[in-house]
Design a protein around this ligand. Structure first.
Ligand SMILES: C[S@@+](CC[C@H](N)C(=O)[O-])C[C@H]1O[C@@H](n2cnc3c(N)ncnc32)[C@H](O)[C@@H]1O
Length: 281
């Protein structure tokens, strides 16, 4: 059973997004409220690539930043790391994460904290990763999260991975990038700011990481084909059924999907793997 550091009593916790107005709530919680569990832009394809690339094994001490509903946590736990700590700032997400169980002897914890300041010890983790969370932070906060990941990681054995939205291609006209960002903000109601692949690499490099691999995928989060691939046919039908019975949620989802489609040439998903850059003596 997971231990939890969050201090909100369980009986006062609702599922993420419950009770919020579908027209105004943060875009990522709307599909979650309808039952969607895979909330990453690159779907299961990048979600599976990332733990493989990180090579999580039974010696690893893993920290997941913004673990959300724990979909990737479950994949990670099948690799039986020595320890797994989920961090999220949302009380309802931490309540869900605190119910995680490990198939092996992994020490599992859920901590309610901001990813910029987790309160976890320096250099104690061998693996840190975060998905679908940096994109929604303004630039200074993106930088603080990456810096926190670097602080948490062991210098010699550490690996860091992210899975985010990206703008394509490198060198995209800044005016078009601004337009896409504004449209995303209007649809998702969070300060979404994706970067190009080169800009994501530069961000990691400037905070002490060397990017060793990356992979991109189409941004197809709300496409029927991706919904089935990510969730399975029956859950996907359940999500569609709940959306059809909730006109406000359906209108909002269709608006989000229109924006993703309008910019599909320039929007993608990216996962990057990085290691601490050795510091010169
Ligand atoms: C779109 S969900 C992604 C969740 C999960 N990583 C996934 O891919 O399914 C966003 C999650 O990030 C969390 N989050 C966003 N910014 C955060 C931050 N600065 N610190 C901690 N959690 C954060 C939110 O509370 C939410 O649970």
């Amino acid at each position: 059973m997971a231990s939890t550091d969050q201090r909100i009593p369980r009986n006062r916790i609702s599922p993420p997004g419950a009770g919020l107005d579908a027209a105004r709530m943060p875009g990522h919680w709307l599909p979650a409220r309808l039952g969607k569990r895979v909330l990453r832009p690159g779907g299961v394809e990048l979600t599976r690539w990332m733990p493989d690339a990180l090579g999580v094994d039974p010696q690893d001490r893993v920290v997941e930043l913004a673990a959300g509903l724990g979909a990737t946590a479950r994949l990670t736990l099948t690799r039986r790391p020595a320890a797994y700590t989920a961090v999220d700032r949302d009380a309802a997400a931490v309540a869900a994460l605190s119910a995680l169980t490990a198939p092996g002897p992994t020490e599992v914890r859920a901590v309610r904290a901001d990813a910029t300041d987790t309160g976890l010890p320096d250099g104690d983790a061998t693996v840190v990763y975060g998905e679908a969370m940096l994109t929604m932070q303004p630039e200074p906060a993106k930088r603080r999260v990456v810096r926190e990941a670097r602080r948490l990681l062991d210098d010699a054995t550490g690996r860091y991975a992210i899975h985010e939205m990206c703008l394509l291609p490198d060198g995209l006209d800044p005016a078009l990038a601004d337009r896409i960002t504004a449209d995303l903000r209007g649809a998702l109601h969070v300060g979404t700011r994706p970067l190009t692949p080169a800009a994501w690499s530069e961000l990691l490099a400037s905070e002490g990481f060397t990017v060793t691999a990356h992979r991109t995928a189409p941004m197809a989060l709300l496409e029927p084909r991706r919904l089935i691939d990510d969730e399975g046919l029956v859950p996907a039908l359940g999500i569609a059924g709940r959306a059809l019975r909730d006109p406000a949620a359906l209108r909002r989802l269709l608006h989000m999907r229109r924006v993703f489609r309008r910019h599909s040439t320039h929007l993608g998903a990216i996962s990057l793997l990085a290691v601490p850059t050795p510091t010169r003596a």
